[in-house]
Ligand binder design. Structure first.
Ligand code: ATP
Ligand code: MG
Length: 266
C-alpha cells in the first residue's frame, strides 16, 4: 500500500520543503520509490529538486482544476534516482479563487490520487504552502499521515492551536488522517531555548512523538542552491544523517499500530 504523507505547517519557513525533499531522498536511498508533490505556488520543491519551472507543460495547477489531467501525465523523474515529482507552477496561486466554483473543491487532490494507479510508489510525500487555504485543505483531506515540521521557537508553538483546530475539522472529512508527530527542524543543539521548546512540545502534546531532529545547518540551504538533496550534496553531513533517521523512523512507524487521532491537549 502506498503511504501518503503530508508535510504541513501553516507557518512559513519551518523547513517543510527541505524536509519533503530530504526525506524523499533518504527513503529512495533505502530502495523505496517516492512520488513527491509540490503543492506550493512558490514552487520551491520543484526548483530545489532541479526542475525548470518555466519549461513545464503541466503542473499541479492543471491536476487540481482539470478533471481530464491525471497524475501520470505530469509526473517527472528527477536527478535523484527513485524520486519523481508532480511539479508546481506560480499559476497555482490562482487555484484558490478558481476552485471556488468547483463542486467538492476540497476533495480534488483526493479524487485525483484515488483515480490514479500510484501502486508503483511506496510513498507519496506532499509539500505544502505556508497557509491555511483551500490548497492546504485539499492536502489534509487527501493524506493519510501528517508530519508537522516545526522550528523549536515560542512563535511556532503559538500557531499550533489553529493548526490543530483545522485538523480536528478535517478529521470529519478525512477520518483516517493520523498525525504522526512533530519533526523539529533547524535545531541548534546547544541552544537552551530549543531544548526548552522541545520539552514544551512533549508536555503539551504527550501523544504526539517527536521525530528525529534536523540540526541547524547551512548545508540545507546550500544543497537547495545546488538544486539537489543534502543526501546527494553532502552525504556525510549531520543533516543528511538526520534525514536518514527520519526516513528510518517513518519506516518503523509503518509497521506499528496507527498513531493518535490528533490528541490535542491545549
Ligand atoms: N536544517 C536547516 N538548517 C538551516 N537552514 C535550513 C534548514 N532547513 C531549512 N533551512 C533553510 O530555511 C529556509 C526555509 O526552509 P524551507 O524552504 O524548507 O521551509 P518551508 O517551510 O518550506 O518554507 P515556506 O513556508 O516558505 O514554504 C530555507 O532557506 C532553507 O534553506
Ligand atoms: Mg516550502
Amino acid at each position: 500500500m502506498t503511504r501518503i504523507i503530508g508535510f504541513f505547517n501553516q507557518k512559513g519557513g519551518t523547513a517543510k520543503t527541505t524536509s519533503t525533499l530530504n526525506v524523499a531522498a533518504a527513503l529512495a536511498e533505502r530502495g523505496r520509490n517516492v512520488l513527491t508533490v509540490d503543492l506550493d505556488p512558490q514552487a520551491s520543491l520543484t526548483m530545489a529538486i532541479g526542475i525548470d519551472v518555466t519549461a513545464i507543460d503541466l503542473s499541479v495547477y492543471d491536476l487540481l482544476l482539470d478533471e481530464r489531467v491525471g497524475i501520470s501525465e505530469l509526473s517527472l523523474s528527477t536527478s535523484i534516482s527513485g524520486v519523481d515529482i508532480l511539479p508546481s507552477h506560480p499559476d497555482l496561486a490562482a487555484a484558490e479563487l478558481e476552485l471556488l466554483n468547483v463542486l467538492e473543491r476540497e476533495r480534488q487532490l483526493d479524487h485525483r490520487l484515488r483515480a490514479a494507479d500510484i501502486s508503483r510508489y511506496d510513498y507519496v510525500l506532499i509539500d505544502s504552502p505556508p497557509a491555511l487555504n483551500i490548497i492546504s485543505i485539499n492536502i489534509l483531506v487527501a493524506i493519510r499521515e501528517l508530519v508537522i515540521p516545526i522550528e523549536p521557537h515560542p512563535l511556532s508553538i503559538m500557531v499550533l492551536r489553529r493548526l490543530f483546530e483545522t485538523i480536528d475539522r478535517i478529521q470529519r472529512l478525512n477520518p483516517d488522517l493520523a498525525v504522526l508527530g512533530f519533526l523539529p527542524t533547524k535545531v541548534h543543539h546547544s541552544s537552551r531555548l530549543a531544548a526548552d521548546m522541545l520539552l514544551t512540545l512533549e508536555e503539551r502534546f504527550p501523544d504526539l512523538p517527536l521525530l528525529p531532529s534536523a540540526p541547524l545547518s547551512v548545508k540545507g540551504a546550500e544543497s537547495t542552491a545546488e538544486r539537489t538533496s543534502v543526501l546527494q550534496y553532502m552525504p556525510n553531513s549531520s543533516i543528511a544523517a538526520a534525514y536518514r533517521d527520519v526516513a528510518a523512523w517513518l519506516e518503523g512507524v509503518a509497521a506499528a499500530e496507527p498513531l493518535a487521532e490528533s490528541a490535542v491537549q491545549q
